[in-house]
Design a protein around this ligand. Structure first.
Ligand code: PMP
Length: 411
């Protein structure tokens, strides 16, 4: 059901700009799973998009100090000088990219960065190229801002990565942005420098197209994968690239709501205009905490990465051992995105035939009490996403249940 249909039931006429925006399937599934749990069912939720670790103590302490020091008022519009400095240093130290403080911006989560950027740059009918599977907020934000999302399917055979020929075919005179996310939510796939190169070459040939990159999962990569951000590979694209990042995932700070970006000064200024009329500034206390997250010790990231990697290996190997499922090993993030075409067409013990990935995930929730998200929620079927940001004990139990549920299907 779209948002507007739902709201109209209550006798209110919503604006046309939200007419085609849907209530997130992820939230719908989460709500259903939570209700089942309240009814006493032993539901395991593998849907959450946040680390199960806690915010580091040094970060929490910095926030407490900020409160005691009276840093409780409005701050500079798009970031305190201290946080902007920490972001400039982060980009230089970790990415080899030089931004000035006028080229960085801070908002209430990377989600608001995306919102500010699209609000500030999109006119009605402007197109944004988004490879699928994709984090659903991308297209919803584009549509709220009056743009058109051009979704390009990138399946497991392509490593869930956009290919240069696909990009070229999708570019039109109306293309404003191409939006890439590495490592990806939901596929966990990431672009190496070699993967990026042909795409960046293609963009050099199309100077009216700007590049937005979402590096949110930068610090959650595995094995010998070397994370790289496009501007570091191709500095000529710096003048039309917005590099988005944030503290939510790396530092387990989803609730603090701080995201940031580096980009050309004119775009950063325009984004600040939007922010000035939306929130005035991000939270003062959260900004102080984020300074410590970026400037403080980073060694704990490795332990967290190791722990995520063990869970990834567990989930991938168990899923691939199940008849009908197929799981590519992701390079990063904390999600697996598995193919489930092998279970479609089969019938559940209750007599229902599984026709689409959502039928399969409904079956897992209702019969096995495991909540996962269908590929359709991310624009690519038939797949399903597991978030493995939960304990190994819970993962093992969930995978036992998925295995039993698949074995109970009849052809
Ligand atoms: N980008 C991606 C790919 C994400 O998965 C998320 C969170 N689910 C965000 C951006 C937004 O993060 P936040 O608003 O918490 O900074």
């Amino acid at each position: 059901m779209t948002v507007s249909a739902k709201i109209e039931e209550a006798g209110f006429r919503p604006a046309s700009r939200i007419a085609s925006v849907s209530v997130s399937k992820i939230l719908q599934i989460g709500a259903k799973a939570a209700a089942m749990k309240r009814d006493g069912l032993p539901v395991i939720i593998l849907g959450a998009g946040e680390p199960d670790f806690d915010t580091p103590d040094n970060v929490k302490d910095a926030a407490k100090r900020a409160i005691d020091a009276g840093e409780t008022k409005y701050t500079a519009l798009d970031g305190t000088p201290a946080l902007k400095k920490a972001i400039v240093e982060k980009f230089r130290r970790e990415n080899g990219v030089d931004y000035t403080t006028e080229e960085v911006t801070v908002a209430t989560g990377a989600k608001q960065i995306l919102f500010n950027a699209f609000m500030a740059s999109i006119d009605p009918g402007d197109e944004v190229i988004i490879p699928t599977p994709y984090w659903t907020s991308y297209s919803d934000i584009v549509e709220i801002c009056g743009g058109v999302s051009v979704l390009i399917p990138c399946d497991a055979k392509a490593g869930f990565r956009l290919q240069a020929e696909q990009l070229e075919k999708a570019i039109t005179p109306k293309t404003r942005w191409v939006l890439l996310n590495s490592p990806s939510n939901p596929s966990g796939a990431a672009y190496s420098a070699e993967d990026y190169r042909p795409l960046l070459d293609m963009l050099l040939r199309h100077p009216h197209v700007w590049l937005m990159v979402d590096d949110m999962y930068e610090h959650i990569t595995y094995d010998d994968f070397a994370f790289v951000t496009p501007v570091a590979i191709e500095p000529r694209l710096k003048e039309r690239t917005l590099t988005i990042n944030g503290v939510s995932k790396a530092y387990a700070m989803t609730g603090w709501r701080i995201g940031y970006a580096g980009g050309p000064k004119a775009l950063i200024k325009a984004m600040a205009v939007i922010q000035s009329q939306a929130t005035s500034c991000p939270s003062s206390v959260s900004q102080a905490a984020s300074v410590e997250a970026l400037n403080g010790p980073q060694d704990f990231l490795k332990d967290r990465r190791d722990s995520f990697r063990r869970r990834r290996d567990l989930v991938v190997s168990r899923l691939n051992a199940i008849d009908g499922l197929e799981c590519r090993t992701p390079e990063g993030a904390f999600y697996t995105f598995s193919g489930c075409s092998g279970v479609l067409g089969k019938t559940t013990p209750m007599g229902k035939t599984l026709e689409a990935d959502q039928d399969f995930t409904d079956y897992l929730l209702e019969e096995a009490h495991v909540a996962v998200v269908p590929g359709s929620a991310f624009g690519l079927s038939p797949y399903f996403r597991i978030s493995y940001a939960t304990s190994e004990t819970e993962l093992v139990e969930a995978l036992d249940r998925i295995e039993r549920a698949c074995a109970a299907l009849r052809t």
